[in-house]
Design a protein. Structure first.
Length: 192
């Protein structure tokens, strides 16, 4: 087995331990395993020739996310930002350890970690590719749930932030997705 496949197997085995599940098209999945596969799929849809570093980052971007629950941090923006920062470091460290097990060298692992940590976003095409894919996973698989939990003003704010994170290829791909009538209305309000 080559290094890439070995790393994928390690990532996937870890993410399959997620105690939270979701049902998609009648099949139940561990949540983070499902999102990792879909993030990887979006990276390949956006860039079929994506580098090995981006492919590895996509499969491990949120690895083990359930192990650091949001509730363990204070409410509010500062608590949220600290949680996100700590999570990103955890994801980078955890994936780095698994890539080392798969036979990757430290320099290459640092390149993958840079993508996971979103360093130089908007300047680095690989980091921007990852951000586009992350936003598309959110829009395709999570946005409808957000509609049930938040008021329209909050949703419009979320969409604006999501839209601003994406470059044009991500925005173009967002219009290929199927949305409920309400989701489409909110998106149009947010981006006009």
């Amino acid at each position: 087995m080559d290094k890439l496949q070995q790393a994928f197997e390690l990532f996937d085995a870890y993410n399959k331990q997620d105690p939270t599940t979701l049902v998609w098209n009648g099949v139940t999945y561990p949540s983070e395993y499902f999102y990792a596969i879909e993030l990887y799929n979006w990276v390949l849809k956006l860039e079929p020739e994506a580098s090995e570093a981006v492919l590895l980052a996509s499969r491990s971007q949120h690895i083990g996310r359930w192990t650091i629950p949001r509730e363990t941090y204070p409410d509010g923006k500062v608590g949220y930002l600290n949680w996100r920062s700590d999570l990103a470091k955890f994801h980078a460290t955890t994936s780095g350890y698994m890539m080392l097990q798969a036979g990757y060298n430290e320099n290459f692992i640092e390149e993958v970690k840079r993508i996971i940590l979103k360093q130089k976003i908007k300047l680095d095409p690989e980091v921007q590719l990852m951000e586009n894919a992350l936003c598309l996973v959110f829009l395709e698989f999570q946005f409808e749930d957000f509609i049930q939990k938040h008021d329209d003003d909050k949703l419009i704010h979320i969409i604006k932030k999501t839209w601003n994170k994406m470059s044009q290829p991500g925005r173009d791909a967002a219009f290929t997705l199927k949305y409920s009538e309400k989701a489409l209305k909110l998106i149009k309000l947010a981006i006009t």
